[in-house]
Design a protein around this ligand. Sequence first.
Ligand code: GLU
Length: 484
Amino acid sequence: MKKIRRTRFAPSPTGYMHVGNLRSALYTWLIAKSKDGKFILRIEDTDQERIVEGAVQIIYDTLSACHLQHDEGPDIGGPYGPYVQSERLAMYKPYAERLVQEGKAYRCFCAKEDAEVFDEEEPDQVLFGYNRHCRNLSEEEIAKNLAEGKPYVIRQKMPLEGKTGFHDIVYGEIVVDNAELEDQILLKSDGFPTYNFANVIDDHEMGITHVVRGSEYLSSTPKYNLLYEALGFAIPEYVHLPLILGTDGRKLSKRHGATSFQDLVAEGYLVDAIINYMAFLGWSPGEDTREIFSLEELREIFDERRISKAPAVFDYEKLAWYNAHYIKEMLREDFENYLRPASDAFFGEQDYDFSVLCDILQSRIQTRAELPEMLAFFKETTAYTKDLFYNKKQKLDPELSALILSKVLEATKSLADFSKEALRAMFKALGEEYAWKTGQVMTPPRLALSGQNVTPGGTTEIMLILGKEESLTRMEKALELLNA
Ligand code: GLU
């Protein structure tokens, strides 16, 4: 029988969920769920200095908003708990002590100031040197130091020659010279494990079959594998995920735009769009040229062997394209809830017809953040001149425009029922009476109301949103200009 896949998402609670982390969560979930495996959440909080209050809740909320439900985790428990590293502290020390007993690790008493020079916390640094001063201390020296109560860290004894290699599902074969590997710290002097140590112990203890994480850990993985071997643990499958860059080829940062799930949502991106877009950030379905996938559909076709090792480029335009798609698909009620805060903030005290606004915007916007710019003319029409009323296609000039506008104005004034149907009937009747084409009779009022040639929504819709009074005022003003 095949072993059930177990993957884990192991974020450090450091604040908002960065898109790189969210993509890790998504791929980790997909790798498990595409094979009906288990997806585990583990909170890596041993680096106490980086912890941000409330960040664990952000992790729960993000996973839940994205429907990346975990099967085991701090909030729901499971057979391999606790799922928070700081609650597992007692587990690490015995392993470290065992390695020391077996001569595979050693106590290092070097002063902290010295040790900081060769800090082990940057997992992607390989070429640096702790001078291995304590690697060959005599039993007496060790006993003396311990008797003096000198603080110490436990370091892994790396082989000094030979090579260590492993297979990564994305990056293929990776081989490093052991001589390049530092004697990394496993246990700090305060008894806390380093990430380097804790991830190996936890992944083993939790039965993780596939370790999925960012490519910044790729170069440290040989060190972890040596640890697995030293401890006699089975080495898991590795799936390292490519970096995410901005369109300028630099590492994605705030300079490029929103970089966290929370900021994207605040900018009006929908969860379905974000997830669908994220899936393609380093992966593609191969022959299948479809681009729209629900999470369930992704689960059906996801294959980690199709993850690309080329850096992924975060393209906000493409994300907006996905967003427009999912906005169009929204139920009307959901769209109303989505749009309401943006439109209320925009119109403020001004009366407006929300329903008509939804009619015109649902098929037109990429995010609600576009609303203020798109609707700017509802608040204020920028100054325009008579020239605006020349239109070749509609055979319009300021003179004919003035005539049309005066008739529309008159008819609008006498409309008892200011509704879509009534307005449509009014334009139709005017067209028939004066032999004006639809486009002809609609254009001058549109220009008068908006001051622009292209508008989201047609003339009647703009009139409805503005309301009767404001529509009349704007048309009167334009007529004055044309008659001047
Ligand atoms: N806690 C690590 C991080 O947030 C996770 C690395 C891993 O998945 O092994 O980057």
